[in-house]
Each structure stands twice: as structure tokens, then as C-alpha cells.
Design a protein around this ligand. Sequence first.
Ligand code: FE2
Ligand code: FE2
Length: 201
Amino acid sequence: MNIEDLISRIAKYISPKRLDHVKRVSEVAKSLALHWKVDSQKAEIAGLVHDIAKKMTPSYLVEKGVSHDKTFPKVFETYPNVWHAWVSPVAISHFLKLSSRDIASASKWHTTGNAKMSKLSQIVFIADYLDPERTLSSRSALTDIAYTHLDLATYCISAKALIQLVKKALPIHPYTLQCHNYYLTTISELDTKRVKSIILE
Ligand SMILES: [Fe+2]
Ligand SMILES: [Fe+2]
């Protein structure tokens, strides 16, 4: 896979600002993948393609030849922030001609997360949140956790995302809850206490 070629193809579908974001996410994902001994090229690619559908709509997809039932119009209406992630596997295969199921699923779960994600999916979920340009007061603590306890990092980010949604009065997708509840069961009570201040800040 020629990464430069992939980047220039992705650039046709997202804004320059978004392109910078996905490049940074891709770097973080690649570094985490190398650390956790996960396929780092898949992580790099998943980081690059995860927001491919950010500017798209169900009608745009239909116009470009995607069948209506693959465009999740209900999700678009009810969870507009989640939709671009849900439809990303379709967009990745339709527009970029990539067929990796692992990459498709890492991209699909990058916004809500899910219970029992693959390590690759957890890495992309975490990397998206840790975009170096995002202002995060807990950045160094969260980065530390991402390199030492993948499930705990997933739990923290899921809990922080939940709180943000409540603060902004946005609907909470059932998969966001599933992700939070599942990863809560994977960590110890001590770890839950340890990260409480990170989650609540
Ligand atoms: Fe996204
Ligand atoms: Fe993103």
C-alpha cells in the first residue's frame, strides 16, 4: 500500500483541516500499534481513513452509487455525530477500494466504541481522542494509560465521551453505553479510582 497515494485519494473527500487530523491520528495509531504488537500498517491506514465520510450524507452516497439500505438514514437523523463512523466501512470500500475487514471495523467503532473491540479498533478509538492538536488537560496521564493499559484507556475515553455528550445535551448512542459498561467490567476497582479525576476533569 502506497501511503502517499492513499492520502491524495482521501484528500478528495475531506477538508484540508480534517486531512491534517487524520494524518496525526494515523501517526498516534501507528505508534500505539507498534507498542501493542498489532499490525501497524493497518493502524496507520485505519487512522487515515476513519473520517472519510465526515462531509458525506446519505443522499450523496446514493448519488455516488451506494445502495440506499447501506446509507443508514435513520442513524443520520438520530445520531448525526455517529453516522460518519457507521457509514465509513461502506465509504472506504466504495471510494477507496480498500477491503480489509479489520480496518473497516476499526473505522466503524471510532466514535462510539463497542464492547469487546479488537486491539486495532481500541487503538483507533484512542488515537482519535489523543489527536495531538486536541486540547486535553489530562493528555499526559491518558497517553501514559494508552501505553500501559489498553482497556483502561478505552474505558476512560468512553466515560469522558459520555460526559461530554450529556454536557452538550446530545443523544447517547447505545454502543457508546455498551463500550463504557463493557470496559468498566474489564478493569479493577483500584484502576477505576485511579482514573476518576481524569474522567471528571
Ligand atoms: Fe470521526
Ligand atoms: Fe477523527
